[in-house]
Every structure is written in C-alpha cells, then in structure tokens.
Design a protein around this ligand. Structure first.
Ligand code: UD1
Ligand code: CA
Length: 458
C-alpha cells in the first residue's frame, strides 16, 4: 500500500521559446523537474512515473540512472490522457499523487497534508484561492460546500468564472479509483481534450468524497509557462533560501541580494554582504565574513576567516583565521592553512600554503607548495608552464621572496632563503642563502633628455 507519484511533463512549453524541454530549464541551477523529483523523494514514494512527450529523449538522458519509470505520451491529448498512460505502472492499492514537472516549489508538508486525507472513500484535491483566477480550472461547490466538479476556464459560464478557488492540478487518489474514473472520461469540451479534472464530478456520482487542502504559500502551486514566470519563481525561491539562512542565524546585509545555487552550510555568526553568489557545495564555518560581490563555488572556509569584497573562490579549501581579498582569485586545488593572507590581484591555483604565510599583492602562484611564515612580495610569479607541461615550485618555511621575483619551475627554494627583489630563480637554492639575480645599477651623469621640437604658433 505504497505511494506512487505520477509527474506530468509531456507538454511542449512553447512559450519558453527554447530548444530545451521546459522541465529542464533551471531554478537555482537545478532543473524544474529536478525540484519536483527532490520533493517527491522526500515523500518516500515507492515509484515515480514521469510522463514525457516533447523532448522525451533529452529529459530521459538528463535523469538517466535516477530510478524513474518513464511513460511516453505520444500525442498530448490532455491531462487525463497523460495520467492514463501511467496507469499500467500502478498497483490498485497504491495511493497516487499527481504532480507537474513545471511546478517546482511545492513544499513537502503541503503534499503530505494532501496524501493524508486520502482513503478508500476519499479523493484529495489541492486547491488555492486567488485574487485573479483567470486561466485556471474553477472549483464548483454544492450547497453543502462539497466539491461537485471542476470547470475549466474555457468551459466556464460567466457565473462560474467569478469563482476564485482554483484547481492547482495536484491531487491524490487510490489507484483503483483513478483507473475506474479515467476509463469513464471523454473529450467533449471546448478544447477537445481528456481532462483529468473530469474525474471529480464522476467521483461524486460514485459516492466518493472529495477533501480539499491548500498550500501555505501561493507560489508553491505556480507553474512555469514562460521565462518571466521562471525569473519570478527564481526570486521567490532565492528569498526563501535567504530567509532560511536568517533563521539559522546568518547575518545577510540584504536578503534580496544573495544567490545560492546549490547547498550552503553555515556555522554560527556568519556575515554575508550584498551581491554574493554561492554555487555547488559551500561550507562556511563559525564567524566567517564574506564581503560584497564575491563568487564562491564548491569551497570550504574555516572559522573566523574574512573574505573581502570582489573575490572569486572555486574548488578550494581555506582554513581558519585567513584574510582573503579584496580582488583575490583562488582557483581549483588551492588549500590555505590557518592565518594565511592573500591580498588584491593575487591568483592562486593548485597550490598548498602552510600557516601564517602572506601573498599580499599582485602575484600568480600556481602548482606550488609554500611553507609556513613565507612572505611572497608584490609581483611574484611562479612560471609553472613551459609551453607543454606544468611544473611545481616548492618554497620552504620562513622564505622571504622579494618583489618582482620569477620562480621558473620546477624549482625548490629551501627554508630560510632570502630572494632579492627582481630575481629570476632558475635553480634550486639551499637553506639560509641569499639569492639575487638583479642587473647591477648604473648611474650616468649629465644626462640630457631628448626634447620635443617646438611647435610654431599659427
Ligand atoms: C490544468 C488544469 C486546470 C488547472 C491548471 C493549473 C486540466 C484539464 N486543467 O490546466 O484545472 O487549474 O492545470 O495549472 O487538467 N500535460 C501533459 N500531457 C498533456 C497535457 C498536459 O503532460 O496531454 C502536462 C503539461 O506539460 C503541463 C500540465 O500537464 O505540465 C498541465 O497541462 P496544461 O495543458 O498546462 O493544463 P492547464 O490548461 O494549465
Ligand atoms: Ca498550465
């Protein structure tokens, strides 16, 4: 007596004006169908059938290996016809929940509440009352306030069009009833379609009760038909994520100027300034501060670390008490230990930096191992690429790298070395040495600068 979910996703979505099937368009970097599947998974559905039609192959490919039952609806003859295609997959005693691939933000609790009203003599229907009900199927109730039928906008009388309680399309019902009722529907209506909604009038005739429940928020039942609606839902979804972060104790300088496309885990007393974008899996430990305009992707940041404005961090690990930015770029494979400082216009890639080291200005550090308490001067460059292969630069503890140094990899600089400003390091240097490869300074007296020829006045 399990739960089976049937998700309708066969429609074309022509108003998206896209080559991509509508349900593969994304909200917070996850497809619309992906959102629906995530919610349905939380309901512990035994079976999930997805009815596909337009762009079927692309949809299947996108969810290959997700354990879904695919049902093809060759021709779109209406929502009733679509559900009919899934019937062979359903056991009579199952409870069936009908969802829509283009309605992404329905909450688990809303669906749970709906499923709970279903039994052998009761059908569950999710309805909502809207200020403007145009376009929706209207819920017609009898004198006892029981649902007697649903009438589509195009079939509704002027009086029925005044009704503000509408059909969300989401319903739950025993499979046996669904099979019986769907076998009895026709297509004698304004659109010549097999309406799923027609099962309700039939259900009443068969003596079944119809229990309605409602979502907490209107946007839970809003579908996406065009890119405007997609953009609106994105903002609503982002605001929900922001509110959840606020509830978890994060300070958001402006909850409307934050985007999370993935999963953001936060410790206590985290502060996030405006226009920050998080992508993939991001973890911020206690007391982390993120400045304005940062982009942080698949990264872990340790306790008390401060990321200053306009920094971009991708697939990196930053330990506790570090100070990064402004305008720093940490590329994939960067691992910074405790109390590392990375300043403006510094790019790091595939490099490991031990505690208390500083790379504060205008440097490129790639494919490097840097020890503790190292100072990398402004304008230092690791020349890691010889045009064909990448090589590593190894710098020991307590090394002082003067400004404008080039380190031609592969090269090792042992602990305690001092490198004079302007040096090009091409060979390994033993511990404690001073190295300098600067051209000796010349001073030439009595130098006359060339002069521009005088212009004649016209
Ligand atoms: C439907 C409901 C309407 C409800 C509204 C809520 C019916 C007859 N009407 O109307 O009462 O207020 O949803 O949004 O059910 N689909 C298929 N195959 C088909 C037809 C539709 O998979 O043959 C899918 C579509 O991809 C779409 C969903 O079902 O995701 C709804 O279909 P649509 O034609 O948009 O129904 P509405 O006219 O909006
Ligand atoms: Ca629709």
């Amino acid at each position: 007596m399990g739960l089976s979910v049937v998700i309708l996703a066969a429609g074309q979505g022509s108003r998206m004006k896209s080559n991509l099937p509508k349900v593969l368009h994304t909200l917070a970097d996850k497809s619309l169908l992906g959102h629906v599947l995530e919610t349905s998974k939380k309901l512990n559905a035994e079976k999930t059938c997805v009815v596909i039609g337009h762009g079927a192959k692309k949809v299947k490919t996108a969810f290959a290996g997700a354990g879904l039952l695919w049902v093809e609806q060759q021709e779109q003859k209406g929502t009733g016809h679509a559900v009919q295609q899934a019937l062979p997959q359903l056991q009579d005693e199952d409870t069936v929940l009908v969802l829509y691939g283009d309605v992404p933000l329905t909450r688990q609790q809303t669906l749970q509440n709906l499923i709970e009203v279903v039994d052998d003599s009761t059908v569950g229907l999710l309805t909502v009352t809207l200020a403007d009900a145009t376009g929706y199927g209207r819920i017609v109730r009898d004198a006892q306030n029981q649902v007697s039928r649903i009438v589509e906008q195009k079939d509704a009388s002027a009086e029925e069009q005044q009704i503000c309680e509408v059909n969300t399309g989401i319903l739950a019902i025993k499979a046996l009833h669904l099979k019986n009722l769907l076998s009895a529907i026709g297509c004698d209506n304004a659109q010549g379609e097999y309406y799923l909604t027609d099962i309700f009038a039939l259900a009443r005739k068969q003596g079944l009760a119809i229990a309605t429940t409602s979502p907490e928020e209107e946007h839970e039942v809003v579908g996406v038909n065009n890119r405007r609606q997609l953009a609106e839902l994105e903002r609503i979804h982002q605001r929900e994520i922001a509110d959840q972060l606020l509830d978890e104790g994060v300070t958001l300088r402006d909850p409307t100027r934050l985007d999370v496309r993935g999963r953001l885990q936060v410790g206590r007393d985290v502060m996030i300034d405006v226009n920050v974008l998080f992508e993939g899996e991001v973890i911020l430990a206690d007391g982390v501060q993120i400045g304005a305009n940062c982009v942080i992707r698949n990264t872990k940041i340790g306790t008390g670390t401060v990321i200053k404005e306009n920094s971009v961090i991708d697939q990196s690990e930053v330990a506790s008490e570090c100070v990064i930015g402004p305008f720093a770029r940490l590329r994939p494979g960067t691992q910074l230990s405790t109390d590392v400082h990375v300043g403006n216009f510094v790019e790091l890639k595939n490099s490991i930096v031990a505690p208390h080291s500083k790379i504060n200005h205008l440097s490129y550090v790639g494919d490097s191992d840097i020890g503790s308490r190292v100072n990398i001067g402004a304008g230092t460059i690791t020349c890691n690429y010889d045009g064909a292969n990448k090589h590593r630069t190894v710098i020991g503890d307590d090394v002082f790298v003067g400004s404008d140094t080039q380190l031609v990899a592969p090269v090792t600089v042992e602990r305690g070395v001092t490198i004079g400003a302007g040096t090009t390091v091409t060979e390994n240097i033993e511990a404690g040495m001073l190295v300098i490869s600067r051209v000796k300074q010349k001073v030439i007296g009595g130098w006359q600068r060339p002069k521009k020829p005088l212009k004649k006045e016209n």
